[in-house]
Structures are given as structure tokens and as C-alpha cells.
Design a protein around this ligand. Sequence first.
Ligand SMILES: Nc1ncnc2c1ncn2[C@@H]1O[C@H](COP(=O)(O)OP(=O)(O)OP(=O)(O)O)[C@@H](O)[C@H]1O
Ligand SMILES: [Mg+2]
Length: 220
Amino acid sequence: MIKTEGLCKWYRGHSSHKVSAVQDVTLSIVKNSFVVFKGPSGSGKTTLLNIIGTLDRPSAGEVFINGNNVTRFSDIALSGLRREKIGFIFQDFYLIPNLSSWENVSYPLVPLGISARNRYETAKTLLEKMGLGDRLAHTPEELSGGQQQRVAIARALVNRPGIIIADEPTSNVDEETGEHIRSLLKELKDNGATILVATHDASFEKPADVVFKMKNGMIG
Ligand SMILES: Nc1ncnc2c1ncn2[C@@H]1O[C@H](COP(=O)(O)OP(=O)(O)OP(=O)(O)O)[C@@H](O)[C@H]1O
Ligand SMILES: [Mg+2]
């Protein structure tokens, strides 16, 4: 369902030195699997997940999602694909500062033409599930880091994406919230989603079907 062929990403900085963030990554991820990418800081996990999630384009190589070579898609086609099929949980949460929790969560539903009432109800249900039923009207700055993380997770799930990409989803939360996030992702997998997680958190290896170890931009 997700395949990459010879993916590379390099950056050229101010010096002529070339940084290879991802080097020749060829992998295959079957539908409905729970996949973990681990590896030291700087090994290319975020870069690789951003390319697979079509947020970033590779310097070389190709990405296939459901048999489509998405490397050839236009930016407009890619944003449609992301909106319909992919939910992102980022290392930094990227919540919209002046929107409340429920507005942040329901934001991806706006382009789908869903009424405000329905968007509110959907966001409320998800936030209650994340233990934030009493924080619906709070803006991000009124929330703790872990609470913001949970709002970001609820937002990633609101349009029921088939693919969920999570970059360090438990890096800013306590152990109990981390466990909650892991079991939620596992539950989504059991309901048919494909989960890709980049993490330093060894507890993710238990729910994982596959663990890819990254080092120097390569999968070892
Ligand atoms: N925009 C950029 N410009 C130049 N170099 C970059 C850029 N983004 C990432 N890199 C480099 O690419 C390499 C991989 O970075 P990446 O963020 O993918 O690592 P990571 O495995 O996610 O690390 P961490 O565990 O710290 O999140 C690093 O050496 C980094 O310095
Ligand atoms: Mg990273």
C-alpha cells in the first residue's frame, strides 16, 4: 500500500558540504500495519516520514501510495490526497494559536463542507475520548504541552484517515498519557488504519508489526 523506491533527500548548506538526510530508502509497508521508525537524532526519521506523507519532495526516488506514484502528483493533487487519506501528528504540534481546541480539531473538516454543529459534535467526541472534554474552548496557550499534543492527535484523526503518520507522538507527555496515545494508535490500527510512527520511545515496539532502524539516513 505504501512503497518507496531509492528515496534520497539531500540538503546543500552554506558550505559546499552536502547533507544526506535520507539515502536510498526502498521499503514496502502493507496496508493495516503498525510501523515504527527508530534511530538516533538526526538519522532522518522526520525527513523520511515527511516525504512519505507527501509534505516534502524527495531529491531522488519515488513514493507510491495505493499504487499511485505520488512523486508525479501536482501540489494541488497532493493536498487533496493528504486531506482525504493522511492524518499527521507532528513533533511540534502546529496548532493554530488563536483557535480553541475544538476549532483546531475540526479545522480539517471545513473544506469538506460539514456544518459547524456537526464539526463541533465530532471534535467534542474526540476530545472527550482524549480526556479533554473540559478544555473544548481553551486556546493552545491555555493548555499544557501534553494537552496540546492530545489536541493535535484528535485533529489528525478527525477525518478518519487510512494512513496516520506520527512523529514523536509521546515526546512531550507523561508516561500515562504516552500509554494512552499508544493504545489509541493501536486501536486505530485494529480498525483498519496503517500507522507510521517515528520515535525514540521503546514502548512502541510492543504494538509494532515492523520496526525499521534508521542510521545516517539509511534503513539498516
Ligand atoms: N531543512 C534542512 N536543511 C538542512 N539540513 C536538514 C534540514 N532538515 C533536516 N536536515 C538534516 O537532515 C538530517 C536528518 O534530520 P531529521 O530531522 O530527519 O532527523 P530525525 O531522525 O527526525 O532526528 P530527531 O530524532 O532529532 O527528530 C539531520 O542531519 C538534519 O540536520
Ligand atoms: Mg525528527
